[in-house]
Design a protein around this ligand. Structure first.
Ligand code: ADP
Length: 509
């Protein structure tokens, strides 16, 4: 049996567990790949949002430079008013100066009132040369450099064809607050958290989140026109990494659950197959038992009948004795056949019960009286006692009789060698009526008590299975019949001391 089971397990493993685990692993790796792709796509998305912030700041600076790009000389009245206007509308601009790039001669310089910020160095010659190259290609390039805490931007006005240069002195904090904040807020759309941070000091210049929101796991990018500053972005609620981790965790649990189900299913199939194999073995044993049981009465009947036919029996008394044996053996045969028939009907759920209200106080003694001859031949002292009055239950009289005959038969078969005693008792337990059949026989070990109600099960310890003939069906029949009555059957037993089988009927209200 162990080898058969091992073979079946291997086959099951090959046809179910292996493809399943292969599938799960494939699914898992596909999930990871998908996640990586989503993360890549998402990261590109965030990058493009940061790009748009940078582009916006370029647009602002481009507008300023365009305002100052004029054919008029810097010290002209009209230029003056343009500059004033620009300073007034843009608090971030602290100063504007026009100069000749080659001679570094200052042509005009304007400053916001009450502000001490001053311009730093002029751009180097090679930077001017590069800007001129860009201008020749019709692109006005802004050059950003530091002047202490401030940033200065230099460009060559198109209208002066590279002969003149202009510098803007800008305060980054005000630039961010006045010129970028609104746009960044709009881009973030309550979905993204965006921040601008000073890389040197770590100071947060602006952010679109709530106070105390975590500022870690951000995707960052430098700012094109504020070299000391850095942009940071992430999803407002959870980062894509957190979302992915959460989903991976959920998928892991799912996969784990599915694997567990597969293993459980596998075990379930294995247990069932084990049961079936055991049942097949018990069935074959049953066939040999029953054949043996039938053969003995048949042999006796045929032997006695033949002797009688051959008229070899001399006395009338002997004749009667032989006929009695033939009758008893026929009854035994009928009993065996009936039991098998009943069992087969029960198996197919074809045993019809006729339930009626019966008083067990009357029915049980009546059945015991009908079994007197049997009890007498078994040399048993059988007593009945009742501790309940009345004991009305809904039952099928024939079934109750079958059950009691089974239990009493067993009590005789497995009873004491001498001085066999059987006690049948009626008890009342809360909502049940118990019929107890107690014997002083060989008893049943605790291990076997668990199985005696299984079909075809027979105790094989010692030589019991051979000494007492049986089919292993009786107690299973009792169990099924009690179930049909809405009750149950139980056993209390100690090896060597005897057994008590209890039929528990629900009390009729
Ligand atoms: P069987 O035809 O073998 O008697 P049963 O289903 O009636 O089949 O009983 C199953 C097994 O339970 C028996 O083989 C026997 O070992 C054990 N058994 C049943 N009744 C008793 C009893 N009164 N005392 C001891 N053992 C019993």
């Amino acid at each position: 049996m162990v080898r058969t089971l091992a073979k079946i397990s291997l086959v099951l493993l090959l046809i179910v567990a292996l493809p399943m685990s292969f599938y799960l692993m494939r699914e898992y790796s596909a999930l990871t790949k998908n996640e990586q792709m989503v993360e890549r796509v998402f990261s590109t998305q965030l990058e493009s949002i940061l790009f748009s912030v940078n582009q916006y700041s370029e647009n602002v600076l481009g507008q300023w430079s365009q305002t100052l790009d004029h054919p008029l000389p810097p010290d002209d009245e009209m230029m003056h008013s343009l500059v004033e206007n620009l300073l007034q509308n843009n608090p971030a601009i602290l100063g504007i100066r026009f100069f000749e790039p080659d001679s570094q001669l200052v042509l005009a310089e304007f400053h916001r009132e009450n502000h001490g910020g001053s311009f730093g160095d002029f751009p180097e010659a090679k930077q001017i040369a590069a800007m001129r190259d860009f201008l020749a290609n019709n692109y006005q390039r802004l050059n950003a450099s530091h002047s202490g805490e401030l940033v200065q931007y230099c460009f060559l006005p198109k209208n002066k064809s590279g002969r003149e240069a202009c510098q803007l002195l800008v305060e980054p904090g005000t630039f961010i607050a006045q010129n970028l904040r609104a746009q960044v807020q709009q881009i973030s759309q309550e979905i993204f958290y965006i921040q601008i941070r000073n890389k040197q000091t770590g100071q947060l210049m602006m952010h679109t989140g709530e106070a105390g929101e975590p500022t870690d796991s951000l995707q960052t990018a430098g700012m094109w026109y504020l070299p000391d500053y850095e942009l940071g972005i992430r999803l407002k609620t959870k980062t894509i990494y957190e979302l992915a981790t959460e989903r991976t965790r959920r998928d892991n649990y799912l996969i784990l659950g599915m694997s567990l189900l597969v293993v459980l299913g596998f075990l379930f199939v294995l247990v069932n197959i084990r049961k079936e194999i055991k049942l097949a073995a018990l069935k074959s044993e049953f066939v040999s038992n029953v054949s043996h049981e039938i053969r003995t009465p048949l042999a006796l009947i045929s032997m006695y009948a033949e002797t009688l036919l051959l008229k070899r029996v001399k006395t009338e008394q002997k004749k009667e004795e032989y006929l009695l044996t033939i009758q008893q053996e026929s009854i035994r045969l009928t009993d065996i056949v009936n039991r098998i028939l009943n069992f087969s009907r029960l198996e197919k759920n074809r045993l019809a019960y006729t339930f009626e209200t019966v008083d067990l106080n009357k029915l049980v003694p009546h059945i015991l009286t009908s079994l007197q001859a049997h009890l007498h031949s078994g040399q048993v002292d059988c007593r009945f006692s009742s501790h309940t009055e009345p004991a009305t239950v809904l039952a099928d009289t024939e079934a109750v009789k079958d059950m009691l005959v089974n239990l009493i038969d067993n009590a005789i078969k497995y009873g004491a060698d001498h001085d066999k005693k059987i006690e049948v008792r009626l008890l009342r337990k809360s909502k049940q009526i118990w019929v107890e059949v107690e014997d002083n026989g060989i008893g049943i070990s605790a291990k076997n008590q668990r199985y005696v109600f299984d079909q075809f099960y027979r105790v094989t310890e010692g030589d019991l299975a051979h000494k007492a003939k049986g089919s292993g069906l009786g107690l299973n029949l009792v169990k099924r019949m009690m179930k049909a009555h809405g009750g149950s059957v139980a056993v209390r037993s100690k090896p060597g001391e005897g057994s008590t089988f209890i039929l528990k009927f629900p009390m009729k209200k």
